[in-house]
Design a protein around this ligand. Structure first.
Ligand SMILES: C=C(O[C@@H]1C=C(C(=O)O)C=C[C@H]1O)C(=O)O
Length: 402
């Protein structure tokens, strides 16, 4: 297999290529996804001319390589960015091709650069603001109080109300630069930028895996909940969690187990919960693993995705009542916030994450999203503060633009 890069291709940096591809996508109405997986130095880019709406019963295992982008609302369409071209970057450099598709992508790139050595800076796909999420602290705490009341009445066990925050972006805001800064700031997150004319442009740093399938044989998911600010130097083993936070995470854990039970999978390993760092925050996390070969269940990824989303980490429990509560009282369309996203069948793996700690680009600024898990013991003002500190995951990086 060809493993060299022609000189003309290796003279440009990752930054130059990412800008070039983004501008090309925005000018040509193509969809594009750029991402980095947790604890991986490699950054991937997929360019998709024929991005498509995925059928509700499509199986992940059958898809050709691409990037999946799904909204929070299960009844709405999932977008699949089937990879026409796929590129990998490590240490700031485009990497030599390793798969037949990477080889054809490089051939295309050589032709493309001959025809179009420069692209002009283009405006990303963006949407106007039309959003009625709880605007003030009082609006949000009123929503939380309504959630607590429904829990006390036995209608719900847990609910995860959310809100948005509109921000203006600096004059010199640059998507590539921000993406790269997020990659450096959050090594253990899925850092991603996804953009298409249909979905608009979304940028995020998610700490929450939803479904991953490694080499078609190891299934993984997590139960993540409970939030505290992270302080440098803190000993993770001695972090004390309140009863409320422990219960909140245990509910998510029980939800994951209930999904396994529905399909009679008992052979899962469970580790945790333990304290993990997610950028400026800490959470409680349990990890679940299944050897898919041992139980002869090659489609466990698709089946569990169908059962898990939306989990009680971002929606609530019981699921139907929580969905109805959010529809009736949250007051806005979450769109792709708290949906899921990630690469499918790239390097034989599936890596889908919950789309949290994210923003959507507006014509004139950006909209940040955050929610907080509410239980019987929640204090409404604390839940407001929790959404504020969740916004900071992206805000801290946006403030340090240079
Ligand atoms: C809902 C969000 O995060 C989720 C809710 C958490 C919580 O309630 O403590 C913690 C992690 C995530 O599962 C968000 O970041 O918007």
């Amino acid at each position: 297999m060809n493993t060299t890069l022609s000189v003309s291709l290796s003279t440009r940096s990752e930054t130059e290529y990412l800008s070039l591809f983004l501008n090309h996508a925005f000018q040509s109405n193509f969809a594009i996804a750029v991402w980095k997986l947790p604890n991986d130095k490699t950054r991937y880019l997929v360019l998709s001319r024929k991005h498509q709406i995925l059928k509700p019963d499509a199986l992940l295992e059958d898809l050709s390589a691409g990037f999946l982008f799904a909204p929070f609302d299960r009844s709405k369409e999932r977008i699949y960015l089937e990879a026409d071209h796929i590129f990998r970057f490590t240490d700031g450099q485009l990497q030599p091709p390793q798969t037949p598709q990477e080889i054809t992508s490089l051939t295309w790139l050589e032709e493309f650069l001959k025809a179009t050595p420069q692209t002009t800076k283009s405006k990303p796909f963006a949407t106007p603001r039309k959003n009625n999420s709880p605007a003030t602290q009082t609006d949000f705490t009123t929503l939380v109080k309504k959630g607590i009341a429904d829990i006390e009445e036995g209608k719900l066990q847990k609910i995860v109300p959310s809100r948005t925050k509109e921000i203006s972006l600096p004059q010199d805001f640059d998507i590539v630069n921000t993406f790269q800064k997020l990659c450096t700031a959050y090594p253990s997150a899925l850092v991603s930028f996804v953009s298409s004319p249909e979905t608009g442009s979304w940028l995020g740093a998610s700490p929450e895996a939803l479904v991953s399938v490694e080499t078609k044989s190891i299934f993984r998911t997590v139960a993540l909940a409970g939030t505290k600010p992270f302080q440098e130097g803190i000993n993770l083993k001695s972090v004390a969690w309140t009863q409320k936070e422990i219960e909140e995470q245990a509910l998510v854990e029980r939800y994951v187990i209930s999904c396994f039970k529905k399909i009679r999978v008992r052979e899962y390993d469970e580790h945790g919960p333990k304290t993990v760092i997610a950028g400026n925050l800490m959470h409680l996390k349990s990890e679940f693993t299944v050897d898919m070969n041992a139980i002869n269940f090659p489609q466990l990824g698709s089946v569990m995705l169908e059962l898990l989303h939306p989990t009680s980490a971002v929606c609530g429990m019981p699921l139907e009542s929580a969905q109805a509560f959010l529809k009736d009282h949250e007051g806005y369309d979450r769109e792709f916030y708290a949906g899921y996203l990630g690469p499918v069948n790239i390097n034989q793996d599936i890596n889908l994450f919950v789309n949290i700690r994210c923003l959507k680009l507006l014509d004139n600024g950006a909209l940040l999203y955050a929610g907080a898990g509410v239980t019987e013991d929640s204090i409404p003002e604390h839940e407001w503060t929790e959404t504020e500190i969740k916004f900071n995951t992206l805000l801290n990086v946006l403030k340090n633009q240079s």
